[in-house]
Design a protein around this ligand. Structure first.
Ligand code: MD6
Ligand code: FE
Length: 215
């Protein structure tokens, strides 16, 4: 039996963040090894790379994608593309274990019937960060975004519909799933500089999956 001082993780539970936004603590923890195996299979065919923003800066976060569309950025801008620009081949298919998790998490947050066609995979090493931004390259804003965090914890900023709205901060840990849509679909959000650490399964990195309906 757990006592007050052990570090056993808390059971999964839902925190309602705002209308349309929910943080599902620990939702993916029980399937972490299967998720990592599926991610490794995607990365073997579509390796992580540091894409360049339209402004000409290499991103500190390394990215890849799976699904019928992948998110890309280069000097021409941000967009979804059906082919991986590095290989000129279609992105790897979305592994069923990933799609299934995203659909269950969306339903738990009130978005039954979510049918993602894109999964962006982000890799953060200590020092990497993501500036405040909106996810607005998708065609269908009626679908939510499902965000899965694995590995090292990160501080997530969740703001408002204007860049100047002061963001609230949430620590996202291994297995947490953040779902947002509806009135919060276009909020500004970002990730603060990742702190160093060592995760038992993933070592010195954080992996984030974001599932979207892009096309
Ligand atoms: C991250 N996530 O958590 C970066 N976007 O590593 C995102 O930019 C993001 O987590 C839209 C919805 C959920 C997200
Ligand atoms: Fe985003």
């Amino acid at each position: 039996m757990a006592d007050l001082f052990d570090s056993a993780p808390e059971p999964p539970r839902r925190e309602d963040i705002a209308p349309g936004a929910a943080l599902l603590r620990g939702f993916a923890r029980g399937e972490d090894r299967a998720l990592i195996e599926a991610i490794d299979a995607v990365v073997a065919r579509a390796p992580f790379r540091h894409m360049v923003t339209p402004g000409g800066h290499a991103m500190s976060v390394a990215m890849t994608s799976c699904g019928s569309a992948g998110w890309v950025t280069d000097r021409r801008g941000y967009r979804y593309a059906s082919d991986d620009p590095d290989s000129a081949q279609p992105w790897p298919q979305m592994p069923p274990v990933l799609r299934d998790l995203a659909q269950r998490a969306a339903a738990e947050a009130g978005f039954a019937g979510f049918d993602p066609d894109a999964c962006l995979i982000n890799r953060y090493v200590p020092g990497a960060k993501m500036a405040l931004h909106q996810d607005k390259d998708e065609r269908d804003f009626s679908a939510p975004i499902v965000s899965v965090s694995l590995g090292l914890p990160a501080t997530f900023q969740f703001g408002g519909l204007a860049r100047s709205d002061k963001p609230r901060r949430y620590e996202l840990r291994h297995g947490d799933v953040f779902v947002w849509g509806g009135p919060t679909r276009l909020v500004y959000h970002g990730v603060l500089t990742l702190k160093d650490g060592e995760h038992p399964l993933l070592g010195r990195q954080r992996i984030n999956l974001t599932f979207r309906k892009a096309l």
